[in-house]
Design a protein. Structure first.
Length: 277
């Protein structure tokens, strides 16, 4: 059997779409707007006076148990809500995350999607990505590939790596768009260059097959290696095969065995973790 046929069987050519990104956005946590120079009491005062950014920051402090605050997810959600209802996009996104995961509020995908939408319509990239995922999975809103692509595209254009990868997946599979390997490669590359392992893996496959890009074993091996080093099991198997065949890398059975064993070990650990949880 030819190597590329084996790889297509082993590797996830169309990987599962990534789940909703679990990131809380609060400018205070990155030192923006000089928050680190402000006392927590000043932040509380501003929040209580209705300052939306301070309310969002206060919510993040409660969520993370920052400073003198013990972690309190209920209070975090309450402060996010106050800021979100004032139209602050980062707080709307954060409240969506809380509803999506049932943190501080009952889990409610419909509410999550609604808050993601409000933030997405303000061009908040993470919310655009998350709303796309909700459409992709039909979670809290009817499943809709066209809408998923639209929101992935908006986030991808802003440089959101997860959206770039998922948009590539949609182009490979012709979901919500006309199937287009060249576009898939474009978006995989942008995500891969930002370190997204699944995108590196998929870009390696595109180079190996010459789909959407000129066939190039060296590039295939390089991107497969980057994904393998990040722990993508299928890429580890694939890299082992490339070493075994000497495609894109010097033939080296020792390296082939090394990557096969690493993949098998990680797969076993993955199965054990599922059993234990």
């Amino acid at each position: 059997m030819e190597l590329d046929t084996v790889l297509r069987a082993l590797l996830c050519v169309s990987p599962v779409i990534a789940g909703v990104v679990l990131v809380i956005y609060a400018r205070s946590l990155t030192g923006v707007n000089g928050f680190d120079d402000l006392s927590q009491s000043d932040t509380k005062h501003r929040a209580e006076q209705g300052d939306a950014q301070a309310q969002n920051n206060f919510g993040a402090m409660y969520l993370n148990g920052r400073g003198v605050f013990p972690r309190n997810t209920t209070k975090a959600a309450e402060w996010f809500r106050q800021a979100a209802e004032q139209g602050l996009a980062s707080a709307q996104h954060n409240l969506g995350v809380m509803y999506h995961n049932g943190i501080g509020v009952p889990q409610d995908y419909t509410q999550a999607a609604e808050w993601f939408r409000q933030a997405a319509e303000q061009d908040f990239a993470a919310a655009q990505y998350n709303l796309a995922v909700m459409y992709d999975k039909g979670r809290g809103i009817p499943q809709d590939d066209t809408q998923a692509v639209e929101w992935y595209h908006q986030a991808a254009e802003q440089g959101f790596a997860g959206a770039q990868h998922n948009l590539g997946v949609m182009y490979v599979n012709g979901r919500g768009v006309t199937q287009d390997d060249t576009q898939a490669v474009k978006w995989y590359r942008q995500a891969a260059e930002q370190g997204i392992a699944d995108a590196q893996h998929n870009l390696g496959i595109m180079y190996l097959k010459g789909e959407g890009v000129s066939q190039d074993d060296t590039q295939a091996a390089e991107w497969t290696r980057q994904a393998a080093e990040q722990g993508i099991i299928e890429a580890q198997f694939g890299l082992g095969l490339l070493y075994g065949e000497g495609r894109g890398v010097p033939q080296n059975y020792t390296q082939a065995i090394k990557w096969f064993f690493r993949a098998q070990r990680n797969r076993a650990l993955q199965k054990l973790k599922k059993i234990l949880t």
